[in-house]
Design a protein around this ligand. Sequence first.
Ligand SMILES: Nc1ncnc2c1ncn2[C@@H]1O[C@H](COP(=O)(O)OP(=O)(O)OP(=O)(O)O)[C@@H](O)[C@H]1O
Ligand SMILES: [Mg+2]
Length: 392
Amino acid sequence: MTATSENAMTQQIDETIESARDSLATATPGRVSLRSLRKVYGDDKKAAPAVQDVDLDIEPGEFITLLGPSGCGKTTTLRMIAGFETPTAGEIHLDDDLINKVAPNKRPMAMVFQSYALFPHLSVFDNVAYGLKLKKLPSARVAEEVETALTSMNLGPYRDRAPHQMSGGQQQRVALARALVMRPKVLLFDEPLSNLDAKLRVQMRGEIRRLQRRLGITTVFVTHDQDEAMTMSDRIVVMNVGVIEQVDTPQEIYRHPASVFVADFIGRANFLDVDVHGVTDSDADVSVLGQRWTVPKHAAVGVDGSVTLMVRPESVRLTATEGRAVGGSVGRVLSSMFYGQSIEYDIETEAGNLVVSVADPHAHETFSPGDFLDVGFEAGRAWLMPVDGDAP
Ligand SMILES: Nc1ncnc2c1ncn2[C@@H]1O[C@H](COP(=O)(O)OP(=O)(O)OP(=O)(O)O)[C@@H](O)[C@H]1O
Ligand SMILES: [Mg+2]
């Protein structure tokens, strides 16, 4: 696709979204609060909870993503918010109301699924109309609302098609139209892009995010894809075996992870063994790679306790050296991989093997396996953190 046609497409989508704002905007986006939320499946009281001690405030209009490995409790949390699962303990509030006992169809929420969950025997029009008909709106009103939603989502020409006559991206757009036509206070997504090919997935990310911004609908999005979470969210909730490890903006999560699990799950990280000489509230004085460094630190890091220094691959600095043995600041190239926009090295150092990413390789001297290098890092971008037992 040429740049011009891509621009034209983006502009068309923007105009579409602009008209969608007038026709589909919710009156007031909802605030969702989860309090000590817990879910144990089945009757076995000793079974490990799928979700435990989850406390979370989702602000009106916020795009929040639940992110974590398979089985960590993302879908369970989302389904409790939607009302498809009953919490074993804890509270779910929508604005000022406790909604634990409110049936799913009585919650002003709409959910979009990975499988689209369209009715295969119904046309696009009837799929989008379904919820409004259930609400017993007069049929003229239903027709009007559905046409508006279809036009807004660029789906007008497909109104009479069956779902199987459409592409995955189009089907997902129908699912979105079906959700938006209900004018929900909260929009819930469970891995909505997983079935799409890579390029379409990236395009739909932007589309959903722009639509959400314009409409201002509170959105809870579930994914195990960190790129999706990083690029779409106002805040990310990182979950691990049923508990929340961290809730923060994508930037903060990347730069200042709360745990080794988070550091390792979001992006890539090197973990260096360091000696800690002293700490202030925000910094620590450490030695590693033959030098002293002042590095920012996690609030829980004191002089005692087990700690590790996280250094992202792009924060490592390599320079040619005269050294001929690994030790101190001297490391050795084990392997290199050329990616075009970057080059990646595995470097053996006395603090362990480091993954190093150098952007724009043509602007830098490149190194070969066996080369000895002086290894340093951007101290301000390192992060001294507690070891939480999950260290790799
Ligand atoms: N209906 C169910 N009955 C019993 N156990 C369940 C049920 N649904 C989920 N679980 C279990 O609860 C835990 C959390 O599952 P959940 O579906 O919430 O994970 P997830 O984070 O959405 O994972 P994925 O990324 O694979 O979709 C898992 O251990 C899962 O096996
Ligand atoms: Mg899931």
